[in-house]
Ligand binder design. Structure first.
Ligand code: CMC
Length: 447
């Protein structure tokens, strides 16, 4: 295995503050089935959310609950992120996303998600230093990228490389090993992401620099070449940092649930995260940000008729969807989209780029807000709607958009994995089903 220098910070100073909320037995719900009554405990979360605990329902009644797509199923108790979709609220560890976006850096937010509190100045400096010192990849690992086709999408390259990282590091088991694993993941993810991109354009990988901060370093590895050093614009780096903060966690979404489910078999931390990256890639999840920009470009190429595209998205017999619109949880404006819409205008005026795509996006939004189809279904712009316009203005290539989402979501995935592993209710994830196939039958071979 590849030896690493010891991580002084992680050996000495931090204790994870993994808080689980105190759940009080508020009441009981009663279920009547065939004249039998079953009493089910109701639990209440710290923001007043109520859940019926059906853990013993099958044992007591033979019944399971059915909820395809987990539309109304709580899979865990969590103290990390609070979302209120009706009111458009998002908080990490109790802090409003708007405040964190304005006052914090991405590494600060990562620490908050992982350990429950904002870091002190000393803790943040030490964390920053540890992450900086572990951003390089083993030379043998670098060779892996050569095995992927040149035109490979960077998302499967990133996910495969993260999986492969588990061949370089033993399964982290003790607290210290897990914390070392966390630092390695956060430190190496931007390097791997940039390598995936460099490989896709046939350029050599660029080594990280210890004098740059997290986001600046990523931009350097993306855009420097052996012939020319990329000069990082601090404004671009700050906007990227903001994007990472906004994506850092979003409770039990598809990729996070995947990370938790894979991790619940006690799979390797890196393998659990790699599976989250694959889940994020889909166009209904993180892959939507790439699809949004492709949609806006398609509209622009066709002369810019936003309304025509919108009409297609409404038709039942047309599979077109308005990408970047709608959300399973938000039934009002996604607070992340609100922040990004404002940032879009700032970035475009500073970068001096074409505002055509932003104009189309804003026109699309305006029409939907007056359209019965979207109003009645409560479909609003989500985080992916405006993020692509900003990535484009910052010079991030379109296939890298979802990779940027993954970079941001990493601390959230790890925090959720940690919380699951440390939960007193830890069990392997294993949903039930209702079998609807053939009943028992005999094999009939032709004579
Ligand atoms: N365009 C047109 N119609 C839509 C859209 C859309 N973007 N989203 C939902 N609908 C319609 C849908 O057809 C259905 O209509 P009906 O009731 O007539 O059958 C109704 O709204 C409810 O939709 P649903 O598919 O049952 O909702 P869901 O909660 O299962 O799906 C979603 C949520 C985000 C997958 C969906 O809204 C969608 O496909 N949006 C576009 C993809 C997208 O932007 N994804 C990023 C999500 S936010 C970031 C992230 O989590 O990664």
């Amino acid at each position: 295995m590849f030896p690493e220098p010891s991580l002084s910070l992680l050996e000495t100073t931090i204790e994870p503050h993994l808080k689980m909320p105190t759940m009080t037995d508020l009441d009981h719900a009663e279920l009547t089935y065939r004249d039998q009554k079953y009493s089910l405990p109701v639990i209440e979360g710290s923001e007043g959310e109520l859940g019926i605990d059906i853990g013993n329902l099958r044992r007591d009644s033979g019944l399971i609950t059915m909820d395809p797509g987990f539309v109304n199923t709580g899979s865990c108790k969590s103290a990390i992120t609070f979302v209120n979709g009706e009111k458009g609220i998002l908080r990490y560890r109790g802090y409003a996303i708007e405040d964190l976006a304005q006052h914090s850096s991405f590494l600060e937010v990562a620490w908050l998600l992982l350990f429950g509190e904002l870091p002190s100045t000393g803790e943040l400096e030490a964390f920053d230093q540890d992450v900086t010192l572990h951003s390089m990849l083993h030379e043998d690992f670098q060779r892996l990228f050569g095995a992927f086709p040149k035109d490979a999408h960077p998302m499967p390259t990133l996910a495969s490389a993260l999986g492969a990282l588990s061949t370089f590091y033993d399964e982290p088991n003790t607290d210290l090993e897990i914390r070392q694993g966390i630092v390695r993941l956060i430190a190496k993810m931007p390097t791997i992401a940039a390598c995936s991109y460099k490989h896709s354009i046939g350029q050599p990988a660029i080594y990280p620099r210890n004098d740059l901060d997290y986001t600046q370093n990523f931009l350097h590895m993306m855009f420097s070449t052996p012939c020319e050093e990329y000069e990082v614009d601090p404004v671009v780096a700050r906007v990227l940092d903001l994007l990472l903060i906004l994506h850092a966690d979003h409770e039990q979404n598809c990729s996070t649930s995947t990370v938790r489910l894979v991790g619940s078999s006690q799979a390797h931390l890196f393998a659990s995260i790699a599976s989250g990256v694959f889940a994020l890639w889909g166009p209904l999840h993180g892959g939507a940000n790439q699809k949004v920009i492709e949609m806006l470009e398609e509209i622009a190429r066709g002369g810019g008729s936003a309304r025509e595209f919108l009409e297609r998205a409404k038709k039942k017999d047309d599979t077109t969807r308005l990408m970047g619109f709608g959300h399973r949880v938000y039934k009002s404006y996604d607070p992340r989209a609100k922040i990004l819409k404002g940032a879009c205008q700032d970035v475009l005026s500073r970068m001096g780029g074409s505002s055509q795509l932003l104009d189309i996006a804003m026109e699309l939004e305006e029409i939907t807000l007056e359209d019965d189809y979207f109003i009645s279904r409560r479909l609003y712009p989500n985080v992916d709607f405006y993020s692509g316009v900003i990535y484009k203005a910052l010079g991030i290539p379109t296939p890298m958009f979802t990779v940027m989402f993954a970079l941001g979501r990493l601390p959230g995935w790890i925090a959720q994995w940690l919380e699951m592993r440390n939960s007193p209710e830890f069990r392997i994830g294993r949903p039930r089903q209702v079998y609807v196939g053939e009943p028992l039958r005999q094999i009939e071979k032709p004579v």
